[in-house]
Write a protein that binds this ligand. Structure first.
Ligand SMILES: *Cc1c(COP(=O)(O)O)cnc(C)c1O
Length: 307
């Protein structure tokens, strides 16, 4: 038993038609917490539980916090999530729905995170949103499921925030003997911390994030993301916020699944055959995201569309 589910893997007719290739969707938008994060977070929470943790602490008002809240509720443990004042009412409602204790503190994630760290006592485990080997091992299960289903991709498209998903997928590719399968790592232009770091092969910290894809908004990626790029074929790709949000709308129309712009970034690349190179069997990680609403997607697109 795991806390995450084995999500559907389907060949997308609309995306395959649009690109002239076979596009496979790994629908992690359908995880019970709404995103792939539950794979790694679930694995981390179960590991900490086995070692005696009786409480979980998170500082994510997004999908990582939701995954911790879900995992805690499933394991029967209390969860505290410290979020900054900028966190939307919708996100706080979703956390409360999972019975998490939500503490609002500080004007930025930095301040919320600092308070969260002080709450980690002897019996509590802090669950990081992207920078922890336990997370990567959990995320790698996504590739195991694709391999078990008998689908052999010749490229993988995924979104990069802090690089946890990238690190996990590369771990999964390597442990399934797919070390030659390239990963196309997509960010929005205003959240391109991986792209900046990859260019000089050194971690770069962005001054600020300027993107609606808040789930990609890590100012600095995990060191492991760069390690992956040294050990595995990984290329970096950028899309605009408008391309990401349009891809969300198109995907909602095509597959009736609502995802965040963070996931829309990966989908924007997947809809664009020209940017997929030679690959003929493309696996797209539909990473999901629970904080999007259809109203907000439309409002973003209208605000971003040039008059
Ligand atoms: C967290 C998240 C990402 C980015 O994942 P990282 O592990 O931070 O790179 C992308 N999409 C969604 C929906 C997320 O929740």
């Amino acid at each position: 038993m795991t806390l995450h589910i084995n999500t559907p893997l389907l060949e997308s007719r609309p995306l395959s038609q649009a690109t002239g290739r076979r596009i496979w969707l790994k629908l992690d938008a359908l995880q019970p917490s709404g995103s792939f994060k539950l794979r790694g977070v679930g694995h981390a929470c179960e590991s900490h539980f086995a070692r005696g943790a009786r409480r979980f602490v998170s500082s994510s008002g997004g999908n990582a916090g939701l995954a911790v809240a879900y995992a805690g509720r499933q394991l029967g443990l209390p969860v505290t999530v410290v979020v900054p004042e900028t966190t939307s009412a919708h996100a706080k409602t979703l956390l409360a729905l999972e019975d998490a204790e939500v503490i609002v503190h500080g004007s930025s994630w930095h301040e919320a995170n600092a308070l969260a760290l002080t709450l980690v006592g002897e019996d509590a485990a802090f669950i990081h949103p992207f920078d922890d080997p336990l997370l990567w091992t959990g995320h790698a299960s996504l590739v195991d499921e694709v391999a078990k289903a008998g689908v052999v991709p010749d490229a993988v498209v995924l979104a990069v925030g802090g690089g946890g998903l990238l690190s996990g997928v590369v771990e999964g590719l390597q442990r399934n003997g797919w070390e030659h399968v390239p990963v196309l790592a997509v960010e929005t232009e205003g959240a391109a911390s991986f792209n900046a770091s990859l260019q000089i092969d050194t971690l770069v910290e962005l001054k600020q994030i300027e993107s609606i894809a808040t789930s990609l908004g890590a100012k600095r990626v995990a060191e492991q993301a760069l390690v992956c790029a040294r050990q595995h074929p990984v290329s970096s790709h950028l899309v605009t916020d408008l391309q990401a949000v349009r891809a969300c709308e198109r995907f909602l129309h095509d597959h009736r699944v609502l995802v965040e712009p963070a996931c829309g970034a990966a989908l924007a690349l997947a809809y664009d055959g020209q940017r997929l190179g030679e690959a003929q069997n493309v696996l797209v990680v539909v990473c999901g995201g629970a904080t999007a609403t259809s109203e907000q997607i439309v409002a973003w697109r209208e605000a971003l569309t040039p008059a």
